[in-house]
Design a protein around this ligand. Structure first.
Ligand SMILES: Cc1cc2nc3c(=O)[nH]c(=O)nc-3n(C[C@H](O)[C@H](O)[C@H](O)COP(=O)(O)OP(=O)(O)OC[C@H]3O[C@@H](n4cnc5c(N)ncnc54)[C@H](O)[C@@H]3O)c2cc1C
Length: 423
């Protein structure tokens, strides 16, 4: 067998690349998947804290909104292959799913590794050539000849004879992912390959990433999880995002779904050196009027108690020292001596506990990459480059990223499916 000439070379064996390979193999094309890591889909194996939040029950339009303005690009791909199609695809491979809070679908067996294994089984069953442990270092398009794909190191071995480090292909798909969690293989090398082929790469930022504060409050509150809070993000007195749910403080920073969901927007403002705050509403079920009534009741009923005792009823224990510091009132002050001004300060702090955000974790701890191959240069109906004929893209390498909920994997599988069919 000639191991240098292929009809199609797919670079990257993540969700996008593997799905594309499975869709184009039916056309009996000579296809090869190249993966730099020793195993396929390393990132998929750690998704959803190892449980794999595969997709979401949101309708297509709602799902597209989760990708911001660029979500429109997915209209055709989602129109052709969306959540029910993806769930059916995996049902056929023997994996069944359960619907959880927030419309999130997880496999019944709660094992992301088995989702990756099912894809690999399918690749083997279809006899698709898969070469792992080899990184693509260069791609050249030569008019009339197609693509020359260069491999790292010694490349691959031809039937034990010689080492091959340049392969030829009529068509190439880049499914190399973003640059977050580089230990899983997606180290951003695909952006360099795309740029060299003439594509524009929009600025890259870590997204769905822990944030850090000026005062390092995350270290003081390490381990604290706040449930059912409303968190809004502010830049120059303008609200840039808001969400309701759970957030957490840990050594890595401030995280949890409501913070991660807004982190992309916050990181962009921080990169522009603009001041950013998050404001936590610790009592979202009570408006100011109701909270004022509750505080008055507390102060009247328990007038012999002190402020610290009241705070124990209103806050998680870890937050009490921070509150006392910010209120600048003695912990032992009796409730019957709390002034109306002090009561107002307490109410405002409960409704607007603000934290100045001054930094964020790097790509190493980001769940996704924001930015990527500019969508104007890709045909959304085929995933083919508008710049280089027979060059295709799918997955996170594109300038597409969403918040948590299963949307990022759905986009990788949908664009991979469409690119594979077009190939
Ligand atoms: C910790 C974590 C948890 C996540 N959880 C979820 C979740 O539950 N739900 C969800 O929707 N999304 C989740 N995501 C995001 C999701 O995993 C990605 O969006 C998705 O994997 C992107 O798929 P992809 O195929 O485009 O890229 P990737 O999965 O990154 O795959 C790209 C592949 O290309 C290979 N590659 C890169 N460069 C080269 C090269 N030069 N030559 C050869 N091979 C190369 C890489 O090794 C990699 O295997 C999570 C991400 C992380 C980091």
């Amino acid at each position: 067998m000639d191991r240098t000439n292929y009809d199609i070379i797919i670079i990257g064996a993540g969700p996008a690349g593997l799905m594309a390979a499975l869709q184009c193999c039916g056309a009996h094309k000579k296809t090869c998947v190249l993966e730099r890591m020793p195993a396929v889909a390393m990132k998929l194996k750690i998704t959803g804290k190892g449980r794999c939040n595969l997709t979401n029950s949101a309708d297509r339009k709602q799902a597209m909104n989760h990708f911001g303005a660029n979500g429109r690009f997915l209209k055709y791909a989602f129109g052709k292959f969306y959540n029910i199609d993806l769930l059916s695809f995996f049902n056929r491979l023997g994996i069944h799913f359960v619907l959880e809070r927030g419309g999130r679908y997880f496999p019944e067996h709660k094992d992301a590794g088995k989702v990756a294994a099912a894809l690999l089984n399918e690749i083997n069953r279809e006899n698709i050539e898969l070469i792992t442990g080899t990184a693509v270092t260069d791609i050249r398009y030569i008019t009339g000849k197609g693509f020359q794909v260069s491999l790292s190191g010694k490349g691959i071995t031809d039937n034990g004879q010689s080492n091959l480090n340049v392969l030829q292909a009529d068509k190439v798909l880049l499914g190399t992912g973003g640059k977050s969690y580089p230990g899983t293989g997606s180290n951003g090398s695909g952006f360099r390959l795309a740029a060299k082929l003439g594509h524009t790469i929009t600025p890259l930022y870590p997204s769905l990433v822990p944030l850090s504060s000026e005062t390092k409050i995350e270290q003081e509150l390490d381990g604290l999880v706040l449930k059912n809070v409303a968190v809004s993000a502010w830049c120059n007195d303008e609200k840039i995002g808001e969400d309701f749910g759970e957030m957490a403080f840990c050594q890595r920073g401030i995280e949890g779904p409501v913070v991660l969901a807004q982190s992309g927007k916050i990181v962009r403002q921080l990169e522009r050196q603009l001041p950013v705050y998050i404001s936590i509403d610790l009592k979202p079920a009570l408006d100011h009027h109701k909270l004022e009534a509750r505080l008055l009741r507390e102060l009247n009923r328990h007038d012999k108690q002190n402020l610290k005792t009241l705070l124990k009823r209103l806050l998680p224990k870890k937050m009490i020292p921070v509150f006392l510091r910010r209120l600048n009132i003695a912990a032992e002050k009796p409730l019957n001596r709390i002034t109306s001004k002090e009561r107002k300060s307490l109410r405002l702090l409960l409704k607007h506990f603000s934290i100045r955000i001054t930094g964020h974790s790097s790509f190493k701890n980001a769940l996704v990459t924001s930015g990527g191959v500019c969508l104007d240069e890709i045909n959304p109906r085929t995933m083919e480059s508008r710049r280089v004929k027979n060059l295709f893209f799918a997955g996170e390498i594109l300038d597409l990223d969403a918040d948590t909920g299963g949307f990022n994997l759905q986009a990788a599988f949908s664009t991979g499916w469409l690119a594979g069919r077009s190939l």
